[in-house]
Design a binder for this molecule. Structure first.
Ligand code: XMP
Length: 317
């Protein structure tokens, strides 16, 4: 019978056997799959696993520092790379969602390739691919599509010529979580909502500026912290705030304001293919709205998205 412990035992032994003294590079995202894959590989080959975690400037507030910290606590051999400015430069002036995704994918590949070159004699690329990714190749909008389009244009980056090792490619998501739990991985990482690779860039409609990112990070942090404090976070499949580049009139004291709108999104789903909007309690929404409007400069209005998928998607871009 399949148990997390038996899976860990056989997988670590098989990885050890397969990889020997070879070095592996692996990109960590802060998500469940790459984290579990990294810890399994770490058990098998220790410091020969070289993890790379890129700050693209599009993560949630403080997420890069917090996640990097918990990876270090797990003993992983990890390098954090601040590439924020490279991503902002590439995104400057882009408004089309697919162009933004392409730019982010391209810069990620460049940054990752540079970092991978610093690992001498690396033989393998570790990936957190899980079984549904293998059978469906679902991510039409995901990293693999970006990599393919890059590949068609300019030839393969060097790290993609490495042999690939995917310790999770027989597992479903719930099994990955069980394995992660048995490995003692931080529950904050294991229970994390799905978060898109392009990050906040597809939650800011239109063009991206560091100022808009900072506003959205503040609003999103208030939203997510309130969901956690109310015990609602784990019941929601995915939640996040969206920055709408629309200005509306408000009033603050005696002053008329003319500022942007934050939209809150929370959905229930099984696999992200279909989704229903969550009926969050009104008093919770009221508290979040007040806190955002009172604390986030540049925002004077908060709205809640009551659209289900289909026809609306979960992300706004
Ligand atoms: P949609 O918006 O298509 O989202 O209903 C379904 C799920 O996919 C995530 N998503 C992405 N993930 N790169 C990713 O890695 C992307 O470009 C991307 N776009 C959407 C979304 O967050 C949701 O979980």
């Amino acid at each position: 019978d399949w148990t997390p412990d038996s899976f860990i035992e056989t997988t670590v032994a098989a990885l050890h056997e397969k990889l020997g003294d070879d070095k592996v590079v692996l990109g960590l995202s802060g998500g469940v799959d790459s984290s579990v894959a990294a810890v399994l590989l770490h058990h098998a080959i220790g410091k020969n696993l070289h993890c790379i975690f890129v700050d693209n400037g599009l993560l949630r507030k403080d997420e890069f520092e917090q996640v990097l910290d918990s990876y270090k606590h797990m003993g992983l051999n990890i390098k954090g790379i601040d590439a924020k400015q490279r991503f902002y430069d590439a995104l400057a002036g882009l408004t089309d969602p697919e162009k933004k995704r392409k730019a982010i994918g391209r810069v990620f590949i460049e940054v990752f390739d540079d970092a991978a070159h610093e690992v001498q004699d690396v033989k393998w690329l570790g990936q957190g691919t899980i079984y549904p990714d293998v059978i469906e190749s679902v991510s039409v909008k995901g990293p693999s599509a970006t990599i393919k389009s890059h590949h068609n244009v300019g030839g393969l980056p060097d790290f993609m010529k490495l042999k690939v090792v995917e310790p999770l490619n027989t597992l479903f998501k719930d099994e990955v979580r069980k394995v992660g739990k048995a490995l003692g991985i931080d529950p904050n990482i294991l229970g994390r909502h799905p978060f898109p690779g392009p990050g906040l860039a597809i939650r800011i409609l239109g063009d991206i500026t560091p100022e808009k990112v900072a506003i959205l990070q503040e609003a999103d942090a208030i939203y997510i912290n309130n969901l956690r404090a109310a015990g609602v976070y784990d019941k929601v499949w995915q939640a996040g705030a969206i920055f709408l580049p629309v200005q509306s009139v408000g009033v603050m004291g005696d002053e008329r304001t003319y500022e942007n709108v934050i939209c809150l999104r929370a959905v229930e789903s099984v696999d992200g293919m279909t989704a229903d909007w969550c009926h969050l309690p009104y008093d919770l929404l009221a508290k979040i709205s007040n806190e955002i409007i009172n604390n986030v400069k540049g925002i004077n209005r908060v709205v809640y998205d009551i659209s289900s998928k289909p026809p609306a998607t979960i992300e706004w871009e």
